[in-house]
Design a protein around this ligand. Structure first.
Ligand SMILES: NC(=O)C1=CN([C@@H]2O[C@H](COP(=O)(O)OP(=O)(O)OC[C@H]3O[C@@H](n4cnc5c(N)ncnc54)[C@H](O)[C@@H]3O)[C@@H](O)[C@H]2O)C=CC1
Ligand SMILES: O=C(O)C1=N[C@H](C(=O)O)C[C@H](O)C1
Length: 251
Protein backbone atom coordinates (compact mmCIF):
# COMPACT_ATOMS: atom_id res chain seq x y z
CA UNK A 1 0.00 0.00 0.00
CA UNK A 2 1.37 3.45 -0.89
CA UNK A 3 2.25 5.77 1.98
CA UNK A 4 0.26 8.94 2.69
CA UNK A 5 2.15 12.04 1.56
CA UNK A 6 1.95 14.46 4.48
CA UNK A 7 3.12 18.05 5.02
CA UNK A 8 3.33 19.99 8.28
CA UNK A 9 2.67 23.76 8.39
CA UNK A 10 4.09 25.43 11.49
CA UNK A 11 6.86 22.83 11.50
CA UNK A 12 9.17 24.81 13.79
CA UNK A 13 6.52 25.47 16.44
CA UNK A 14 5.90 23.72 19.75
CA UNK A 15 3.32 21.27 18.44
CA UNK A 16 4.39 21.41 14.78
CA UNK A 17 7.89 20.13 15.55
CA UNK A 18 6.37 17.22 17.50
CA UNK A 19 4.05 16.51 14.55
CA UNK A 20 7.04 16.38 12.18
CA UNK A 21 8.59 13.68 14.39
CA UNK A 22 5.30 11.77 14.62
CA UNK A 23 4.75 11.75 10.84
CA UNK A 24 8.38 10.68 10.25
CA UNK A 25 7.87 7.79 12.68
CA UNK A 26 4.54 6.64 11.20
CA UNK A 27 5.05 3.61 8.95
CA UNK A 28 2.13 4.47 6.66
CA UNK A 29 3.17 8.12 6.07
CA UNK A 30 5.97 9.99 4.40
CA UNK A 31 6.80 13.59 5.35
CA UNK A 32 7.05 15.50 2.05
CA UNK A 33 7.29 19.05 3.45
CA UNK A 34 7.91 20.77 6.77
CA UNK A 35 7.05 24.45 6.29
CA UNK A 36 7.19 27.40 8.62
CA UNK A 37 6.42 31.12 8.36
CA UNK A 38 8.88 32.12 5.60
CA UNK A 39 8.54 29.05 3.39
CA UNK A 40 6.42 29.16 0.24
CA UNK A 41 3.14 27.32 0.40
CA UNK A 42 3.50 26.26 -3.27
CA UNK A 43 5.88 23.61 -1.90
CA UNK A 44 2.73 21.64 -1.03
CA UNK A 45 1.80 21.17 -4.68
CA UNK A 46 5.43 20.84 -5.80
CA UNK A 47 5.86 17.92 -3.40
CA UNK A 48 2.45 16.43 -4.26
CA UNK A 49 1.25 16.54 -0.63
CA UNK A 50 -2.03 14.70 0.00
CA UNK A 51 -2.63 16.01 3.52
CA UNK A 52 -1.43 19.21 5.19
CA UNK A 53 -1.38 19.40 8.98
CA UNK A 54 -1.88 23.03 10.04
CA UNK A 55 -0.43 23.95 13.43
CA UNK A 56 0.32 27.62 12.83
CA UNK A 57 -1.52 30.69 14.13
CA UNK A 58 -5.12 31.93 13.97
CA UNK A 59 -3.90 34.76 11.67
CA UNK A 60 -2.35 32.31 9.18
CA UNK A 61 -4.66 29.32 9.05
CA UNK A 62 -7.33 30.72 6.71
CA UNK A 63 -4.82 31.65 3.99
CA UNK A 64 -3.32 28.19 4.29
CA UNK A 65 -6.72 26.50 3.96
CA UNK A 66 -7.63 28.69 0.98
CA UNK A 67 -4.54 27.29 -0.77
CA UNK A 68 -4.90 23.66 0.28
CA UNK A 69 -8.62 23.44 -0.49
CA UNK A 70 -8.27 25.12 -3.88
CA UNK A 71 -5.56 22.59 -4.76
CA UNK A 72 -7.48 19.55 -3.49
CA UNK A 73 -5.11 18.92 -0.58
CA UNK A 74 -6.84 17.50 2.50
CA UNK A 75 -6.16 19.27 5.80
CA UNK A 76 -5.94 18.35 9.46
CA UNK A 77 -6.16 21.54 11.49
CA UNK A 78 -5.22 22.04 15.13
CA UNK A 79 -4.80 25.79 14.90
CA UNK A 80 -7.34 27.65 17.02
CA UNK A 81 -9.41 30.83 16.67
CA UNK A 82 -12.52 29.41 15.00
CA UNK A 83 -15.70 31.51 14.76
CA UNK A 84 -18.93 30.79 12.87
CA UNK A 85 -17.85 33.26 10.17
CA UNK A 86 -14.47 31.57 9.68
CA UNK A 87 -16.09 28.14 9.50
CA UNK A 88 -18.59 29.44 6.93
CA UNK A 89 -15.66 30.68 4.82
CA UNK A 90 -14.07 27.25 4.90
CA UNK A 91 -17.40 25.65 3.91
CA UNK A 92 -17.58 27.99 0.91
CA UNK A 93 -14.17 26.87 -0.30
CA UNK A 94 -15.06 23.22 0.27
CA UNK A 95 -18.25 23.59 -1.76
CA UNK A 96 -16.03 24.36 -4.76
CA UNK A 97 -13.75 21.38 -4.02
CA UNK A 98 -16.21 18.69 -2.87
CA UNK A 99 -13.74 15.78 -2.84
CA UNK A 100 -11.49 17.52 -0.32
CA UNK A 101 -11.65 16.78 3.40
CA UNK A 102 -10.83 19.09 6.31
CA UNK A 103 -10.72 18.05 9.95
CA UNK A 104 -10.65 20.92 12.44
CA UNK A 105 -10.05 19.66 15.97
CA UNK A 106 -9.96 22.05 18.94
CA UNK A 107 -7.99 19.35 20.73
CA UNK A 108 -6.33 16.16 19.46
CA UNK A 109 -5.72 14.51 22.84
CA UNK A 110 -8.09 11.68 23.73
CA UNK A 111 -8.41 12.91 27.33
CA UNK A 112 -9.48 16.37 26.24
CA UNK A 113 -12.02 14.96 23.78
CA UNK A 114 -13.44 12.78 26.57
CA UNK A 115 -13.51 15.77 28.93
CA UNK A 116 -15.69 17.60 26.42
CA UNK A 117 -17.96 14.58 26.05
CA UNK A 118 -18.30 14.05 29.81
CA UNK A 119 -18.96 17.75 30.41
CA UNK A 120 -21.65 17.76 27.75
CA UNK A 121 -23.23 14.68 29.37
CA UNK A 122 -23.13 16.11 32.90
CA UNK A 123 -24.15 19.69 32.07
CA UNK A 124 -27.92 19.32 32.38
CA UNK A 125 -27.78 17.71 35.84
CA UNK A 126 -26.16 20.69 37.61
CA UNK A 127 -27.39 24.20 38.34
CA UNK A 128 -24.02 25.85 37.59
CA UNK A 129 -21.13 25.12 35.24
CA UNK A 130 -17.89 27.07 34.77
CA UNK A 131 -14.78 26.26 32.73
CA UNK A 132 -11.19 27.04 33.73
CA UNK A 133 -8.42 26.53 31.17
CA UNK A 134 -4.76 26.82 32.12
CA UNK A 135 -1.92 27.14 29.58
CA UNK A 136 1.70 28.15 29.06
CA UNK A 137 2.17 31.94 28.76
CA UNK A 138 3.28 31.81 25.09
CA UNK A 139 -0.22 30.91 23.92
CA UNK A 140 -1.62 33.46 21.44
CA UNK A 141 -5.35 33.08 22.06
CA UNK A 142 -7.72 33.15 25.03
CA UNK A 143 -9.84 31.37 25.84
CA UNK A 144 -8.34 28.21 24.40
CA UNK A 145 -10.11 26.61 21.46
CA UNK A 146 -10.84 23.63 23.68
CA UNK A 147 -12.46 25.72 26.42
CA UNK A 148 -14.49 27.64 23.88
CA UNK A 149 -15.77 24.41 22.32
CA UNK A 150 -16.40 22.83 25.75
CA UNK A 151 -18.53 25.80 26.79
CA UNK A 152 -20.47 25.71 23.51
CA UNK A 153 -21.22 21.99 23.97
CA UNK A 154 -22.27 22.55 27.59
CA UNK A 155 -24.54 25.45 26.63
CA UNK A 156 -26.16 23.45 23.81
CA UNK A 157 -26.80 20.49 26.14
CA UNK A 158 -28.36 22.75 28.76
CA UNK A 159 -30.54 24.52 26.24
CA UNK A 160 -31.73 21.19 24.81
CA UNK A 161 -32.63 20.02 28.34
CA UNK A 162 -34.46 23.29 29.12
CA UNK A 163 -32.12 24.26 31.98
CA UNK A 164 -32.62 27.67 33.59
CA UNK A 165 -29.84 30.28 33.29
CA UNK A 166 -27.12 29.87 35.90
CA UNK A 167 -27.64 31.76 39.18
CA UNK A 168 -25.15 34.61 39.68
CA UNK A 169 -25.90 37.49 42.03
CA UNK A 170 -22.73 39.43 41.16
CA UNK A 171 -23.69 43.11 41.00
CA UNK A 172 -20.23 44.70 41.05
CA UNK A 173 -17.12 43.17 39.50
CA UNK A 174 -13.75 44.17 38.12
CA UNK A 175 -13.63 43.74 34.33
CA UNK A 176 -12.90 40.09 33.59
CA UNK A 177 -13.42 38.86 37.15
CA UNK A 178 -16.25 36.57 36.08
CA UNK A 179 -14.39 35.36 32.98
CA UNK A 180 -15.50 35.38 29.35
CA UNK A 181 -19.12 34.58 28.59
CA UNK A 182 -19.41 31.78 26.01
CA UNK A 183 -23.12 31.19 25.36
CA UNK A 184 -23.85 31.86 29.05
CA UNK A 185 -21.03 29.68 30.40
CA UNK A 186 -18.21 31.56 32.21
CA UNK A 187 -14.75 30.62 30.90
CA UNK A 188 -11.61 31.61 32.84
CA UNK A 189 -8.10 31.62 31.31
CA UNK A 190 -4.91 31.18 33.36
CA UNK A 191 -1.46 31.70 31.76
CA UNK A 192 1.42 30.37 33.83
CA UNK A 193 5.05 29.35 33.18
CA UNK A 194 5.45 25.63 33.81
CA UNK A 195 2.04 24.69 32.45
CA UNK A 196 1.29 23.15 29.06
CA UNK A 197 -2.47 22.62 28.45
CA UNK A 198 -5.00 21.92 31.20
CA UNK A 199 -8.72 22.31 31.71
CA UNK A 200 -11.23 21.95 34.52
CA UNK A 201 -14.98 21.88 34.17
CA UNK A 202 -16.65 22.70 37.50
CA UNK A 203 -20.25 21.65 37.93
CA UNK A 204 -22.25 22.56 41.02
CA UNK A 205 -25.61 21.54 42.44
CA UNK A 206 -27.32 21.48 45.83
CA UNK A 207 -24.73 20.09 48.28
CA UNK A 208 -22.35 18.65 45.68
CA UNK A 209 -19.81 19.54 43.03
CA UNK A 210 -18.28 17.56 40.20
CA UNK A 211 -14.88 18.50 38.75
CA UNK A 212 -13.74 17.07 35.42
CA UNK A 213 -10.04 17.80 34.89
CA UNK A 214 -7.69 17.02 32.03
CA UNK A 215 -3.93 17.66 31.79
CA UNK A 216 -1.78 17.50 28.68
CA UNK A 217 1.72 17.14 30.13
CA UNK A 218 3.58 16.78 26.81
CA UNK A 219 2.89 17.61 23.18
CA UNK A 220 3.08 13.85 22.50
CA UNK A 221 -0.48 13.70 23.92
CA UNK A 222 -1.81 15.25 20.69
CA UNK A 223 0.02 12.95 18.25
CA UNK A 224 -2.22 9.83 18.09
CA UNK A 225 -5.19 12.11 17.37
CA UNK A 226 -3.34 14.00 14.64
CA UNK A 227 -2.21 10.76 12.95
CA UNK A 228 -5.74 9.34 13.18
CA UNK A 229 -7.03 12.56 11.62
CA UNK A 230 -4.57 12.23 8.71
CA UNK A 231 -5.62 8.62 8.07
CA UNK A 232 -9.34 9.40 8.18
CA UNK A 233 -9.54 12.79 6.48
CA UNK A 234 -8.46 11.41 3.08
CA UNK A 235 -11.69 9.36 2.97
CA UNK A 236 -13.94 11.98 4.57
CA UNK A 237 -14.83 14.77 2.14
CA UNK A 238 -16.21 18.05 3.52
CA UNK A 239 -15.72 19.62 6.93
CA UNK A 240 -15.46 17.52 10.09
CA UNK A 241 -15.35 19.57 13.30
CA UNK A 242 -14.00 17.69 16.30
CA UNK A 243 -11.88 14.54 16.61
CA UNK A 244 -14.80 12.80 18.36
CA UNK A 245 -16.28 12.25 14.90
CA UNK A 246 -13.39 9.90 14.10
CA UNK A 247 -13.57 8.02 17.43
CA UNK A 248 -16.09 5.29 18.14
CA UNK A 249 -17.52 6.84 21.31
CA UNK A 250 -20.87 5.08 21.11
CA UNK A 251 -23.08 8.19 21.06
N1 LIG B 1 -5.78 21.16 18.45
C1 LIG B 1 -4.80 20.79 19.30
O1 LIG B 1 -4.83 19.67 19.85
C2 LIG B 1 -3.69 21.73 19.57
C3 LIG B 1 -3.69 22.95 18.99
N2 LIG B 1 -2.68 23.83 19.19
C4 LIG B 1 -2.76 25.08 18.47
O2 LIG B 1 -1.78 25.06 17.43
C5 LIG B 1 -1.37 26.40 17.17
C6 LIG B 1 0.15 26.48 17.31
O3 LIG B 1 0.51 26.31 18.65
P1 LIG B 1 2.04 26.30 19.11
O4 LIG B 1 2.80 25.24 18.41
O5 LIG B 1 2.03 26.31 20.60
O6 LIG B 1 2.52 27.73 18.58
P2 LIG B 1 4.01 28.15 18.14
O7 LIG B 1 4.01 29.64 18.10
O8 LIG B 1 5.02 27.43 18.95
O9 LIG B 1 4.11 27.57 16.64
C7 LIG B 1 3.46 28.09 15.54
C8 LIG B 1 4.42 28.00 14.36
O10 LIG B 1 3.70 28.35 13.18
C9 LIG B 1 4.58 29.15 12.39
N3 LIG B 1 3.78 29.91 11.43
C10 LIG B 1 3.12 31.08 11.60
N4 LIG B 1 2.51 31.44 10.47
C11 LIG B 1 2.80 30.47 9.55
C12 LIG B 1 2.45 30.27 8.19
N5 LIG B 1 1.68 31.15 7.51
N6 LIG B 1 2.88 29.15 7.56
C13 LIG B 1 3.66 28.25 8.20
N7 LIG B 1 4.03 28.39 9.51
C14 LIG B 1 3.60 29.49 10.16
C15 LIG B 1 5.34 29.99 13.39
O11 LIG B 1 6.54 30.55 12.85
C16 LIG B 1 5.63 28.96 14.47
O12 LIG B 1 6.83 28.23 14.25
C17 LIG B 1 -2.13 27.28 18.15
O13 LIG B 1 -3.30 27.79 17.56
C18 LIG B 1 -2.48 26.31 19.27
O14 LIG B 1 -3.61 26.72 20.00
C19 LIG B 1 -1.63 23.52 20.02
C20 LIG B 1 -1.58 22.32 20.67
C21 LIG B 1 -2.62 21.32 20.50
O1 LIG C 1 -1.92 26.45 22.48
C1 LIG C 1 -1.90 25.31 23.03
O2 LIG C 1 -0.92 24.89 23.65
C2 LIG C 1 -3.10 24.47 22.89
N1 LIG C 1 -4.07 24.87 22.12
C3 LIG C 1 -5.31 24.20 21.89
C4 LIG C 1 -6.47 25.03 22.45
O3 LIG C 1 -6.44 26.27 22.33
O4 LIG C 1 -7.41 24.46 22.96
C5 LIG C 1 -5.31 22.78 22.40
C6 LIG C 1 -4.55 22.60 23.70
O5 LIG C 1 -5.26 23.23 24.71
C7 LIG C 1 -3.14 23.17 23.58
Amino acid sequence: MSKLRVAVLGAKGRIGSEAVRAVEAAEDMVLVAALDRDDKIETLTETDAQVAIDLTHPDAVLDNLAYTTTHGIHAVVGTTGWTDERIAQVQDWLAKSPATGILIAPNFSIGAVLTMQFAQQAARFFESVEVIELHHPNKADAPSGTAHRTAQLIAAAREKAGCAPQPDATSTALDGARGADVDGVPVHSVRLRGLLAHQEVLLGGEGETLTIRHDSLHHKSFMPGILLGVRRVVDTPGLTFGLENFLDLGN
